[in-house]
Ligand binder design. Structure first.
Ligand code: FAD
Ligand code: SIN
Length: 519
C-alpha cells in the first residue's frame, strides 16, 4: 500500500496534522482500536492560550519555564505560546466549542503552576469535544482514509533493505511502517513519503494511571527501535488528583481546574497541608503537589487524601464539572456535600522522541507529534494544559514542513513484506497479561513518584528478565497486538529507568532520594 502521509494515531496530534496535510496529498490514518480511544478524548481541564489581558505571552512563557524546572527548550516554549491563539482558531473552525461567559468572552480556567486564568475549556470534557470535532472533520475529508483496528508494529528504514544502521548512522530514513490488521491478522507493508508517529503516551506502564488502555508507548518504542533519539523519559508526570476508587482502571481524573475553582486538598483528618510545601498551596506545580500528597500518604499509611469543594456554590459546581459530578455521584459521592477521595497516578510523559521545531526526528521523513514526542516544551515537568496546544501547534509545523518537501520525496522500492509465519504458543500467550501486570508493578513499586538508585537498579534487573522472556516469545510467534504492546511497554520502561539512572540529580518529575533536590 502506498500513501503520501502515513499518520499513526488518531488523537489531537495525528488528526490535526492530517487535516492540514490532506490539502496537499493523500493521508492514511492507522489507529489501533476505535478512532476515539486516545488520551485526547479524556482531557478535562482544557487547552492553554493567552486570550485576554492581564495575561501576556511573557507570563505564559515564564510559567512554562518555571514549571519545567530549568529544562525547557526556550525556542519550543516561545513557538507554542506565541502560535497558540492562531491554532485555537483552527480548532474552532473545525467545529470545537469552548465555554463562554454571558458577555460572550471565553471562560478561562486556571490550573496548577499558572499565574493567570488562561485555559479554554468545554465543561470538564474539553478533550472529548476537540476529538469529536476533529473526527467529524476527518471523516468528511475526501483525501483522508482512516483504518481503525490497525496496529503499527514497526517503522521501515534502511534496516529492512539489509543495511546495518546504528543510533549514530546519519541519514537513516523512514519509508513507512508494517501495520497489523487486528481483525484479519494480515500484516501490511505501508509505504509513505512521510511517516507521522502520533501515538500518545505510555501511562499504562504503571499500575495506577489516568491513561486509557491504548497508552502503551508504542510509538516511542518503535522510534527507539528505528534508531531515533529519545530524551527526558525519566520525567513521568504524576497527576495529584485521580479518584480513589479501588478496582477501577484506568483511574478517573479529577481535574486540576477544580483546584483552580477553589477546591482544597485535605488530609483524612481534615487538615489542610499544602501550605507546608508551596506558597501556591493547592495550586502548586503538579510535581510538588503529587510529591506532597505521596509524602503525607506514606507518612500516615493512608491510600488517599481528600479534595474538598463543598464550600463553593452547588449549582456552580454542577455547572463547571458536570462530568465529574455525575461520575462521583454514580459511586455514592455527592461532591457538593462530600469530600472526594483522591490519589496521585501516572499521567503524562514529558519526554519522548526528540524532535526539532518542525516535529522532525533524527530519522529523516519521520515526524513525531504530541505526547510521543519530546519537543523541549515541558522540560522536567509539564505545565497543566500545555499538551493539547503543543499537539496542534506541532501538527501545523510538521504539516508545513512536509508540504514544502513533498515534491522532493518519493516512495522507497524493495522493502520486503513481513516474512515470518510463526505459530501461536498458546500457553505462553496466556502469560501475556501476567507479564504486563509485572511491568506495571515494577514501575509503580520502584520507578514511581519517589525513586532511589537502589530502586532503579532493582527495576532494571527485574525488567531484564521480562525482556528476555518476551523477546524469545516474539521471535517465534506470529505478532498479535497484546504481544507487541507488551514488548513496547518493556522498551519504554527500560528507557524511563535508564535515563533516570543517567540523571544524577533530582529535578522536576524525577525525584531520586540519593540526590538533594535543587528547588
Ligand atoms: P493520543 O490522544 O493519546 O492519541 C494517540 C493515538 O495513537 C490513539 O488513537 C492510539 O490508539 C493510537 N496508537 C497508539 N499506538 C498505536 C499503534 N501501535 N498503532 C496504531 N495506533 C496507535 N492535556 C491538556 O493539555 N489539557 C488537559 O486538560 C488534559 N487532561 C488530560 C486528562 C487525562 C485523563 C489524560 C489521560 C490526559 C490529559 N491531558 C491533558 C494530556 C493530553 O490529553 C495528551 O497529552 C494529548 O491528548 C496527547 O495527544 P496525542 O494526539 O499525542 O495522543
Ligand atoms: C487536568 O484537567 O487536571 C489535566 C490537565 C492536564 O493534564 O494538562
Amino acid at each position: 500500500m502506498k500513501t503520501d502521509f502515513l499518520v499513526i494515531g488518531s488523537g489531537a496530534a495525528g488528526l490535526s496534522f492530517a487535516l492540514k496535510a490532506a490539502e496537499k496529498g493523500h493521508v492514511t490514518i492507522v489507529t489501533k482500536g476505535e478512532m476515539v480511544e486516545c488520551n485526547t478524548n479524556y482531557a478535562q481541564g482544557g487547552i492553554c492560550s493567552v486570550t485576554y489581558e492581564p495575561d501576556t505571552f511573557e507570563k505564559h512563557i515564564t510559567d512554562t519555564l518555571v514549571c519545567g524546572a530549568g529544562r525547557c527548550d526556550v525556542q519550543a516554549v516561545e513557538l507554542v505560546v506565541r502560535r497558540a491563539p492562531e491554532l485555537i482558531q483552527d480548532l474552532i473552525a473545525w467545529g470545537t466549542r469552548f465555554n463562554k461567559t454571558p458577555d460572550g468572552r471565553f471562560e478561562l480556567n486556571r490550573e496548577g503552576g499558572h499565574t493567570e486564568h488562561r485555559i479554554l475549556h468545554y465543561e470538564d470534557l474539553t478533550g472529548a469535544e476537540i476529538e469529536r470535532a476533529l473526527i467529524q472533520s476527518v471523516r468528511q475529508h475526501p483525501n483522508i482514509t482512516v483504518l481503525e483496528h490497525h496496529f503499527a508494529i514497526d517503522l521501515l528504514t534502511q534496516h529492512h533493505l539489509g543495511e546495518f544502521v546504528t543510533r549514530h548512522t546519519r541519514n537513516i530514513t523512514c519509508f513507512g511502517a508494517y501495520v497489523l490488521n487486528e481483525k484479519t491478522g494480515e500484516i501490511l507493508t505501508m509505504l509513505s513519503r512521510f511517516t507521522i508517529v502520533a501515538t500518545g503516551g505510555c501511562g499504562q506502564i504503571y499500575s495506577s494511571t489516568s491513561n486509557p488502555h491504548v497508552a502503551t508507548g508504542d510509538g516511542i518504542a518503535m522510534c527507539h527501535r528505528a534508531k531515533a533519539h529519545t530524551e527526558n523519559m525519566e520525567f513521568i508526570q504524576f497527576h495529584p488528583t485521580t479518584l480513589y476508587n479501588p478496582g477501577e482502571t484506568p483511574n478517573f481524573l479529577i481535574t486540576e481546574a477544580m483546584r483552580g475553582f477553589g477546591a482544597i486538598l485535605r488530609l483524612q483528618n481534615g487538615e489542610e497541608f499544602m501550605d507546608k510545601y508551596h506558597p501556591m498551596k493547592s495550586l502548586a506545580p503538579r510535581d510538588i503537589t503529587a510529591r506532597a500528597i505521596y509524602r503525607e500518604m506514606t507518612r500516615r499509611g493512608e491510600d488517599y487524601v481528600y479534595l474538598d469543594v463543598t464550600h463553593k456554590d452547588p449549582d456552580a459546581i454542577r455547572d463547571h464539572f458536570p462530568n465529574i459530578y455525575e461520575k462521583c455521584l454514580s459511586i455514592g459521592i455527592d461532591i457538593t456535600k462530600d469530600w472526594i477521595p483522591v490519589t496521585p497516578a501516572a499521567h503524562y510523559s514529558c519526554g519522548g522522541v526528540k524532535v526539532d521545531l518542525n516535529g522532525q526526528s533524527w530519522v529523516k521523513r519521520l515526524y513525531v507529534l504530541g505526547e510521543a514526542s519530546c519537543t523541549g516544551l515541558h522540560g522536567a515537568n509539564r505545565l497543566a494544559s500545555n499538551s493539547l496546544i503543543e499537539a496542534v501547534v506541532y501538527g501545523d509545523q510538521a504539516a508545513k514542513h512536509t508540504i514544502e518537501r513533498f515534491d522532493k520525496v518519493g516512495f522507497q522500492e524493495g522493502i520486503p513484506d513481513w516474512d515470518f509465519e510463526g505459530t501461536q504458543h498458546t500457553e505462553e500467550m496466556l502469560m501475556l497479561i501476567q507479564s504486563k501486570r509485572e511491568v506495571q508493578s515494577i514501575m509503580s513499586n520502584y520507578v514511581g513518584i519517589v525513586r532511589s538508585n537502589l530502586s532503579l537498579g532493582r527495576a532494571m534487573h527485574r525488567l531484564s528478565i521480562l525482556f528476555e522472556e518476551t523477546e524469545e516469545l516474539y521471535n517465534k510467534t506470529k505478532p498479535v497486538r497484546e504481544l507487541c504492546e507488551l514488548r513496547n511497554m518493556i522498551a519504554v520502561a527500560y528507557l524511563v529507568i535508564k535515563q533516570g539512572r543517567e540523571l544524577q540529580e533530582s529535578v522536576g518529575c524525577h525525584y531520586n532520594t540519593d540526590y538533594q533536590k535543587k528547588a
